[in-house]
Ligand binder design. Sequence first.
Ligand SMILES: Nc1nc2c(ncn2[C@@H]2O[C@H](COP(=O)(O)OP(=O)(O)OP(=O)(O)O)[C@@H](O)[C@H]2O)c(=O)[nH]1
Ligand SMILES: [Mg+2]
Length: 436
Amino acid sequence: MTKPGSIASSASAPGSAPRAVIRLSGDLTDFQPLFDETIERSRGARFVTMKLGEARLRAMIAVTVAPNSYTGEDSIDLFIPGGSAVVSRALREIIALPGVRQADAGEFTARAYTNGKLTIDQAKAVAATIAAENEAELAEVNRLMSQSLGEKATGWASEVSECLALVEAGIDFADQEDVVAIEPKALSDRLALVLGEIGGFVSGEKPRESRADVPRVVLAGRPSAGKSTLFNALVGKRRSVVDEAPGTTRDAIAEIVQLPGGSKVELVDLAGLEDIADDGLSRAISKRTASEIEAADAVLHCDPNGTFEDELPGAQSALRVRTKADLPIAHESRADVDVCALDGWHLDDLRSEIARAAGLAGPSAGGVIAARIDSALREAMAHMQSAQGLAQAKESQWELIAGELRLALDELGVISGRIDPDEVLGLIFQTFCIGK
Ligand SMILES: Nc1nc2c(ncn2[C@@H]2O[C@H](COP(=O)(O)OP(=O)(O)OP(=O)(O)O)[C@@H](O)[C@H]2O)c(=O)[nH]1
Ligand SMILES: [Mg+2]
């Protein structure tokens, strides 16, 4: 999965600082044109003169040579004055060199993994430590790491493989009546042991898979605030009726929306909040709207004025969204996000904010990895349970049992890194910050 070429990236936080570090990895000769001096292929720190077009910059470099560097390749840590203009200029010069390109997110660590410098658990720990956004997330990642789940999953996978081998042997010798590779009961018992162990690892919370378990995010606000227009823009189709007349939406309309980082929410367009007219229908609509707001996991308070003076009935904290941001307002917006659903302005920002407001991990490595591991374990368990069920049936269907065991193995392989490393690797390394 790693692309060839030498790579470079700033390893410092954005902004100015006394010193900045740029990391380079790959082939030292690719980087040689950057410097007046010849860069010896030997470990150590030295002062050099760096070329920035006609200008010259004194810099310090720390060279590590393959295979003893972080990436396992020849590497240079380049220390330069930390002004952000200098850093971006230097990076531009570096990635303009033939054979050198900007590193992808996580690429240094991906290379370390491919070059055998890190185990998958260690690579995940790097990802997680960089990205863990809060204490709870870090604790979750630590829980997974400290129990060296990779090793355990390998153990479970080898037990399941053994069962599979026996089942397949049974199928191969099905015509020889006296050969029984594994009795259904024995198979079921062996799987039960593994299931018991895996069960201890999956988190207590149910996975958010079924539609009902996806967080519900409602759009609330005055009539004609632009809720339905925003809803349609986020959903990507004209699902809700839009009209200039206030009071267009009368009922709750729900659609699943994909968010950055692979998470999903159920977005709900609601009727506008009005002073309740004294008729049965209006009251019923208001009641429905209020109960949707109260039950929601997150509320998007839509207000084209950006003042958010309306009280939302029973809502916990709401994300303040100024709609119709193409229309000027005479005061400063007090919104968390200003959007225009007509041309899509800031809708990506809004999507990220929705993920955060709905309590989804979003695109951070810790959450994504923990969720992926959890879902792989659950899937593996489900397949093993089906295999048990099939084994206990009157006529054991060995072909189907073998199929289920193979699927369980695929899932466990996601964690042990043996069978389907690419997918999980891609996931891990993409969630890194660039420069790691
Ligand atoms: N200029 C501008 N107009 C918008 C924007 N979004 C919506 N509108 C217009 O505002 C009017 C009301 O839009 P809706 O999306 O139906 O508003 P709503 O909040 O769903 O209204 P109700 O269902 O009646 O509560 C329509 O005429 C839209 O075309 C926007 O971003 N900019
Ligand atoms: Mg509407």
